[in-house]
Design a protein around this ligand. Structure first.
Ligand SMILES: NC(=O)c1ccc[n+]([C@@H]2O[C@H](COP(=O)([O-])OP(=O)(O)OC[C@H]3O[C@@H](n4cnc5c(N)ncnc54)[C@H](OP(=O)(O)O)[C@@H]3O)[C@@H](O)[C@H]2O)c1
Length: 263
């Protein structure tokens, strides 16, 4: 077990799935937490449970990341209320799987607001804090959808490509200033993500054998926290697929066509 006593870690999307799992694991390791999501009732219960079970301080903020003004006001409250922040885990996100011709444009816009623009805004806000202290770890939860695009995930995939593009440039900009940037690329993880992404359950059924548990993701992120790590890829074999795709995209699309069309 790693010791994060006296560290303060921000987690967006902490009310369920990977974010909630991270909150438990990091509290167990002694970190003080700043949690964010829309579901205030869940965050309140989580705070009470964590502070009861572990000697930490947990603060939560109810915020809708699709609303830029609310997010900005939340960021300034966090800055005013917390002296130091050691790491920010930009985890909040969602996907709606639809063919472009069937998609609701508002869903597309919202995916970009939550998955991309809110992540960039949060980093842009706190980066000077990290640079000034010559330390800090930014962990951005992306997806293999940010490396490989498949049918019915055009907008989600584009949003995660944006997260990777932003993070890869940022990492190079801040590497000499003591700030680490890690991206996390995931295949299907058993969380509530699919309630919105795949309400029929068809996709989940077809990828059941590849599904990983959120605990595996949480463990890998916890191991990498405050260490220089470019990216976490889970499951690891998907990274081989993604490398093949980038070397020979047309060939990969031909041989993996069936696999790519599970949504
Ligand atoms: N599960 C997968 O298969 C998978 C695969 C690849 C990548 N990912 C990525 O992993 C991250 C975490 O997802 P998860 O699997 O843990 O799903 P999840 O259980 O649905 O959790 C998503 C979190 O994001 C928060 N969130 C969503 N929209 C928000 C908004 N408008 N404002 C504030 N918070 C918002 C949710 O909180 P509230 O609803 O309370 O606001 C929730 O805490 C996401 O970025 C997702 O894209 C997931």
């Amino acid at each position: 077990m790693r010791d994060f006593t006296n560290k303060t870690i921000m987690i967006t999307g902490a009310s369920s799935g990977i974010g909630e799992g991270l909150a438990y694991k990091l509290a167990m390791s002694g970190a003080n937490l700043i949690l964010m999501a829309r579901s205030g009732d869940k965050l309140k219960k989580l705070k009470e449970k964590l502070e009861q079970d572990y000697p930490i301080i947990c603060t939560y903020y109810i915020v809708d990341l699709s609303n830029s003004a609310s997010w900005e006001s939340c960021l300034s409250k966090i800055e005013a209320n917390h002296l130091t922040i050691d790491a920010m885990i930009n985890n909040a996100g969602f996907g709606i799987f639809d063919a472009v011709e069937d998609a609701d444009y508002q869903d597309i816009e919202k995916m970009f607001h939550v998955n991309v623009l809110a992540l960039i805004k949060g980093i842009h806000y706190f980066l000077p804090h990290f640079i000034k202290r010559k330390q800090g770890h930014i962990i951005n939860i992306a997806s293999f959808a940010g490396k490989i695009s498949t049918p019915k995930s055009s907008a989600y995939s584009a949003s995660k490509h944006a997260v990777l593009g932003f993070s890869n440039a940022l990492r190079l900009e801040v590497e000499k200033q003591g700030v680490y940037v890690t991206t996390v690329n995931l295949g299907p993880v058993r969380t509530n993500f699919f309630d919105a992404a795949d309400p029929t359950g068809r996709y989940q059924k077809s990828v059941k054998r590849f599904m990983i548990e959120p605990e595996q993701v949480v463990d890998q992120i916890t191991k990498s926290l405050f260490r220089k790590k470019r990216e976490i890829n889970l499951p690891r074999w998907m990274e081989f697929g993604s490398r093949l795709y980038h070397i020979l995209p047309g060939f990969a699309e031909r041989i993996l066509r069936n696999q790519f069309s599970k949504k």
